[in-house]
Ligand binder design. Structure first.
Ligand code: SAH
Length: 268
């Protein structure tokens, strides 16, 4: 899936956010040095310095994308928790080996079965639009590689995610387990019906494009919750929508940016 954002440049400015970058980098480097002592030179992949630099460059580009689209997304910057998650999660662990060298480009990549891992800017934006915090319970429809679930898991209390293609769901579960994400539950099935047994949810993120927001998902939103979903024609450009349920249960809708997601499919 990719965003189709005419005029969005990929080149981020290095200087304006330098102080935050240095802070994030210092924190991650400190964690990295500690890990050297703990694991006795078996450097974990997620802490490898070359990937850290690439990840921080990716974050700089995301921050530039956010500024470039601020008029449409209603914010000049993303929440610090989202930025920290993007700087931490090892995206290369979710990308198939042939594409791994491209992991930190700000673009979608194929993950097999005709599906894609989302563009990092879109992952960060959807996480921010969901308005989540450390006490949130979140549902994701469309696990894919598991990357978006990992980003959410860094921010919230628990992530439930459902994938319709069994092989992808199983692989994502393995990756998330291997990386130690104990607060993610991966299920296989058609996410149209949501996961009512675990709801209601503080936020629901849909990472495939249906032609309408599924009613069961709206029902499973907690009052005050948000549904972030690309709605439109499969194979064409969709609108990234945010549906908010107020405390009285009324639902309002905001359209943000045009996007292009893989189709939302259904079990027969
Ligand atoms: N969030 C993923 C993006 C995956 S692409 C990531 O971070 O990698 C969207 C995924 O949605 C695909 O894997 C596709 O198989 C899945 N999908 C499509 N329709 C679905 C449905 N009805 N229920 C659950 N998953 C679905």
């Amino acid at each position: 899936m990719d965003a189709v954002l005419a005029g969005i440049g990929r080149v981020g400015t290095m200087s304006r956010k330098r102080s935050r970058r240095v802070t994030v980098k210092a924190a991650l480097c400190a964690a990295y040095s500690r890990s050297i002592f703990i694991v006795l030179f078996a450097v974990p992949a997620c802490s490898q310095p070359e990937f850290l630099d690439l990840r921080l460059q990716m974050v700089t580009e995301i921050e530039q994308n956010v500024r470039d689209t601020s008029e449409f997304i209603g914010r000049e910057a993303l929440d610090d928790t989202v930025i920290a998650a993007m700087a931490k999660v090892p995206r290369h662990e979710f990308v198939p080996i042939p594409q791994r060298h491209l992991s930190y480009l700000n673009q979608p990549l194929p993950i097999g079965n005709g599906q894609t891992i989302s563009q990092p800017y879109i992952v960060a934006l959807m996480s921010d639009l969901a308005n989540i915090d450390g006490s949130s319970i979140v549902l994701e429809i469309g696990t894919g590689s598991g990357y978006q679930a990992a980003i959410l898991a860094e921010i919230v209390e628990h992530v439930y995610t459902i994938e319709i293609i069994e092989s992808l769901g199983r692989q994502a579960r393995d990756t998330l387990n291997r990386l130690g994400y104990e607060n993610v539950t991966v299920e296989i099935g058609d996410g149209y019906r949501g996961m009512p047994e675990y709801g209601p949810f503080d936020a629901i993120i849909v990472t495939a494009a249906p032609d309408h927001a599924p009613e069961p998902l709206i029902q499973q939103l907690r009052p005050g919750g948000r549904l972030v979903i690309p709605v439109g024609t499969a194979g064409a450009v969709q609108s990234l929508q945010v549906l908010r349920k107020d405390t009285a249960g009324r639902v309002s809708r905001t359209d943000t940016i045009p996007v292009r997601f893989v189709p939302f499919t259904r079990d027969d």
